[in-house]
Design a protein around this ligand. Structure first.
Ligand code: HEC
Ligand code: HEC
Length: 301
């Protein structure tokens, strides 16, 4: 009886496909279930002989579009209007119902611009990014020149989506999704201080003094290329926490206050911050601009 039991156990083990052991031989595989069957596998020959050209994988019938890839909105996906011309307006997908672009979108664009565009075009958009300064055969465009300031937003979009002049600037389509491309366009408008739609120079009231204006000037007057706001040391000292700080300079210790900032802008070599080259260009900015920059610096804790 006992012998019969162990025999049955052995048979059961064999049939149920016990594949253990150290054998070099292929495992005994009595019941194949659906492990091996004649079927078409991707990238393999059509062994079943179903298709006359012998290919297992089939090309989709002409004109087929995969789900979610119709992209039929020309303005959104290609930046062109109904006539196929570069669009002069932003796509509705980007905007609030009242036609304005949400601040969140512009800030996203700023972030993406800093990653993908600033290496060549510079954080200030002047075409003097670090890559350009190390020698590019074709200089990156200065986004503040008249031609780029009046360029339709559809063309700004196309520069990202398709590149510029047959690859003088490569396309960033594979790195930057559509929504981010438009966010970058919205940010470039802000950087250029020109409205995105019907491209008019955004008139900043010359007499206005505000933090917002100071922040815009920080970029527009290119302070951004030499002074970071996050603590990074660039050509000049960072603006982070600069307000009220005591700095050693060529003329002794100085507290960073309104008078010192004003002097630094108008006459940078009067007191050169210790540890930095006298590399700051003097800029004869109007008082309202200097006062706005001063207000802005105070916010950079
Ligand atoms: C590797 C360097 C490089 C990067 C990165 C780069 N560009 Fe450019 N870009 C160029 C060069 C070079 C040109 C000038 C091409 C020419 O004049 O033929 C240019 C030109 C342009 C122009 C002008 C188009 C025109 O028709 O005159 C725009 C707008 C532009 N770039 C936007 C961008 C944006 C937005 C990004 C980021 C998504 C970006 N670029 C990233 C190198 C770069
Ligand atoms: C080309 C680079 C460059 C640009 C552009 C630039 N700066 Fe400077 N800045 C420097 C350098 C280098 C120093 C330190 C040497 C000195 O004091 O001259 C400096 C110093 C300063 C200081 C003194 C800071 C301290 O901690 O002592 C202030 C304030 C300042 N810059 C404001 C500005 C403003 C505002 C702008 C834009 C309108 C600007 N800078 C544009 C390079 C630059």
């Amino acid at each position: 009886m006992r012998r019969l039991l162990s025999l049955t156990a052995l048979v059961v083990a064999a049939i149920s496909g016990c594949r253990g052991g150290d054998s070099e031989l292929p495992p005994v595989h009595l019941i194949h279930n659906m492990d091996t069957q004649e079927k078409v596998k991707a990238y393999r020959k059509d062994i079943a002989g179903i298709f006359s050209d012998g290919r297992g994988m089939r090309a989709p019938p002409e004109g087929t579009v995969a789900q979610g890839q119709l992209d039929e909105d020309d303005l959104y996906y290609r930046g062109v209007d109904a006539k196929g011309e570069p669009s002069k307006v932003l796509p509705a997908q980007l905007k609030n119902p009242d036609g304005t672009v949400p601040e969140k979108v512009v800030r996203r664009g700023e972030n993406r611009y800093a990653i993908y565009c600033a290496p060549c075009h510079g954080l200030a958009g002047d075409g003097k990014g670090p890559v350009a300064s190390r020698g590019l055969e074709i200089p990156p465009a200065n986004l503040h020149d008249e031609f780029r300031k009046t360029m339709a937003v559809g063309k700004l979009y196309a520069a990202i989506a398709a590149g510029v002049n047959n690859g003088n600037m490569a396309s960033y389509a594979s790195q930057i999704p559509v929504a981010d491309r438009w966010a970058i366009v919205a940010y470039i408008c802000e950087l250029q201080q020109v409205s995105c739609e019907d491209r008019k120079v955004i008139v900043i009231d010359p007499n206005e003094v505000s933090v917002k204006k100071g922040e815009q000037l920080y970029k527009a007057r290119a302070c951004v290329t030499c002074h970071s706001i996050d603590g990074t040391k660039l050509v000049g000292p960072t603006f982070k926490g600069v307000w009220g700080k005591t700095e050693p300079t060529s003329a002794g210790d100085v507290v960073v206050d309104a008078a010192y900032v004003k002097e630094s802008i108008l006459n940078p070599t009067a007191k050169v911050t210790t540890g930095y080259p006298p590399a700051m260009p003097p800029q004869a900015l109007p008082d309202a601009e200097i006062d706005s920059i001063i207000l802005y610096l105070q916010t950079l804790k």
